[in-house]
Design a protein around this ligand. Structure first.
Ligand code: HEC
Length: 217
């Protein structure tokens, strides 16, 4: 009986405790703090990149003001579409002379992880779409003035199926993979990017940010 009482008390404690944490809303931190979404995010934040480049990649970190060459806005599609991955790689590995950008002692794999993360800052460009699991969507791309042939690609193929049919881009979340990811990370949203590229080098291209949600939860 004593043992039972004790465990009952313990259970009560746990319940009360959990409530205290979840009700602490309104701008304050909510525990447990979400884990960084990716290795790239962890590196970006731990190495202090936000001090210049900003937590959201806007180039507006608190040290940016004092720099003559201002950090690029990583959320700007136009500026980022001209920046190749290998250029970024080179800049991170060797630094950029005569700017505030130092060289970083990271492995190649770590650099590629952080580049992948930097590319997720593009969220505000062009078009953002929210799709639910089990949902298919068509996106009309007529306004982009693409010639007949264009190509579509997605950065996180494990989460989203993409195809094109005439003027429409078809997207469909890969439910099993997304669900597994949600379970593992305890998140209910994942962001992917669909690129639409024209046939000619200089023809207009676009970025569609697709946010996949578990809408049932
Ligand atoms: C002391 C400030 C500072 C810090 C800290 C810093 N950067 Fe930079 N970074 C700059 C400046 C200044 C530039 C040059 C302007 C530009 O091209 O954005 C730059 C440029 C870049 C570029 C653009 C490369 C290009 O060729 O245009 C990338 C990518 C980059 N930084 C990544 C990082 C990463 C990743 C970290 C952390 C590991 C980091 N930076 C930390 C200041 C900084």
């Amino acid at each position: 009986m004593k043992k039972l009482l004790l465990s009952l008390l313990l259970v009560l404690f746990v319940v009360v405790d959990a409530q205290a944490l979840t009700t602490a809303k309104g701008g304050v931190n909510v525990l447990p703090e979400p884990l960084p979404e990716s290795a790239g995010q962890l590196i970006y934040e731990e190495m202090g990149c936000p001090t210049c480049h900003g937590y959201q990649g806007g180039g507006d970190g608190f040290m940016a003001e004092g720099l003559t060459a201002k950090p690029r806005n990583f959320t700007d599609f136009k500026s980022m579409s001209r920046l190749a991955d290998m250029t970024m790689f080179h800049s991170i590995k060797n630094g950029i002379p005569e700017t505030g950008m130092p060289a970083w002692n990271l492995t190649d794999k770590q650099i590629f992880d952080v580049i992948l993360y930097i590319k997720t800052f593009l969220a505000d460009s062009q078009m953002t779409i929210v799709v639910c699991l089990n949902e298919k969507r068509e996106i009309d791309v007529r306004n982009l003035n693409l010639k007949n042939n264009y190509s579509v690609g997605v950065d996180r193929q494990e989460f989203l199926k993409v195809a094109s049919k005439g003027n429409r881009v078809l997207i469909e979340p890969k439910d099993t993979n997304v669900m597994r990811y949600f379970k593992k990370t305890r998140r209910s949203l994942v962001r992917t990017h669909v690129m639409v590229n024209g046939e000619e080098m200089d023809s207009e291209s676009a970025l569609i940010v697709v946010r996949i949600r578990d809408c049932v939860k």
